[in-house]
Design a protein around this ligand. Structure first.
Ligand code: GCU
Length: 411
């Protein structure tokens, strides 16, 4: 007898550890010819470009390398922001003289107590710059936004001001001597299946010499992070060698791809990025390729969906994405209440990226044992799982600040 369920589409996520089927991970150090990478030079010249290309082809799409003519306009400068602790700068980034509709509004906070150049955290935000801090000089984004606090009919209202402030403890970060830069990902592409039609993938296709379907929403969000980095690197208050990329959830997926795509980022922090981010995709636990490509078809290149019910055929897994960050410091964070993101799969991914860090003489997470909550582990790849739900909390930020501080002291 044939079981009819064998042919049915898998739609429900597996959330039972005992039901995770066996899977095999590709070895990031095994080259296409079967030989094993033994030197940093082989990694940099042969294996790294090979793995990167596999991610372009199968997951995020081609990453355009065409230089763009950017221009910057400072639209607001407030030296007395956050009780005079910070200088707040709002900058508009333009990419194309012919189409000035393609814009990014970067919000930048710099600590006043520190003179000279400072390290800066860069991350995209979910609901517009007005959502990260309650400050009426920050315009409310007119762009399409996904559902959230203060969002009505996919548009941000006054009630969204500061609604995400708990995820952006800017005052605390500033008081530790770091800057913070953020922009709204929806300016780059509205987060919906047809968002590409009005977003950068269409607006800049002739400038970048790439067709919209050659890449993905995740690809263009990552690309935008690199352009924000272009701005930051020429701001005289920013330490260009210390731009620290941070992203939560879907924006964590984009941050990892940006960090893999652009070695100028000094460090990458993935906060609960889950499927298509830090979590292994061959390990069927929580969200999987079938579910994510069905709900968010625009996030990835069309090819990715072909692996939905055949992850064994996928030539990469996400530990290889993490390995592309090597030897730069990498933080992978999970939450116990966020099983959808597969915390254990994120840990195993970090763990399996370790051989590449070791090639550079750097220690990774340093343990095979899945750590307990609130027990961060690891040197150059650090991992924690905290109690609580899918979110960015002060606990998470405290770990990131300590991690950055430690690595800066080691430089
Ligand atoms: C959904 C999606 C995840 C994503 C998350 C988020 O839950 O399935 O892949 O990370 O949204 O961005 O918050």
């Amino acid at each position: 007898l044939f079981s009819i369920t064998a042919f049915a589409q898998r739609t429900e996520a597996n959330l039972t550890e005992a039901n995770v089927p066996a899977y095999t991970l590709p070895d990031p150090l095994q080259m296409a010819d079967g030989k094993t990478v033994t030197t940093v030079q082989q990694w940099n010249k042969v294996q790294r470009p090979y793995i990167y290309h596999l991610f372009e082809t199968n997951v995020y799409g081609r990453f355009p390398r065409t230089p763009v003519q950017m221009s910057f306009k400072v639209t607001s400068l407030n030296p007395y922001a956050l009780d005079s602790l910070a200088t707040c700068k709002q900058i508009t980034l333009y990419f194309n003289r012919a189409d000035t509709n393609a814009q990014i509004h970067l919000l930048l906070y710099l600590p006043n107590k520190v003179r000279g150049q400072v390290p800066v955290f860069l991350g995209m935000n979910f609901y517009g710059n007005q959502s990260v801090v309650d400050d009426t000089t920050i315009p409310i984004t007119p762009h399409y936004t996904v559902k959230g606090p203060g969002i009505v009919d996919n548009h941000a209202t006054e009630a969204s001001r500061g609604a995400q402030a708990s995820q952006w403890p800017i005052k605390d970060i500033i008081s530790r001597g770091y800057g913070v830069a953020t922009f709204f990902y929806g300016e780059v592409e509205a987060d919906k299946p047809d968002g590409w039609q009005t977003g950068f993938r269409t607006q800049l296709k002739d400038v970048l010499h790439i067709e919209p379907q050659e890449w993905s929403a995740m690809g263009v969000w990552a690309w935008a992070l690199c352009r924000a980095l272009d701005y930051l690197r020429q701001d005289r208050r920013v330490n260009e060698d210390l731009v620290l990329l941070m992203g939560h959830s879907r924006l964590g997926k984009a941050a990892l791809w940006a960090g893999a795509s652009d070695p100028r980022f000094a460090m990458v922090i993935s906060n609960e990025s889950g499927e298509g981010g830090a979590a292994l995709s061959k390990r069927d636990y929580g969200e999987n390729i079938e579910i994510i490509t069905r709900n968010f078809p625009h996030w990835f290149v069309a090819n990715y969906k072909t692996f939905a019910n055949n992850t064994a055929a996928l030539p990469v897994d996400q530990h290889m994405l993490l390995s592309l960050i090597a030897p730069r410091p990498l933080y992978v964070a999970s939450a116990e209440g966020d099983q959808w993101s597969d915390p254990r799969g994120e840990f195993l991914s970090a763990r399996n990226a370790e051989p590449v860090y070791k090639l550079f003489g750097k220690e990774g997470v340093g343990t095979e044992t899945f750590p307990h909550v609130q027990q961060p582990t690891g040197e150059f790849i650090r991992y924690h799982i905290r109690s609580g739900k899918h979110d960015v909390t002060s606990y998470d930020w405290e770990q990131y600040l300590q991690f950055v501080g430690k690595h800066m002291a080691m430089r």
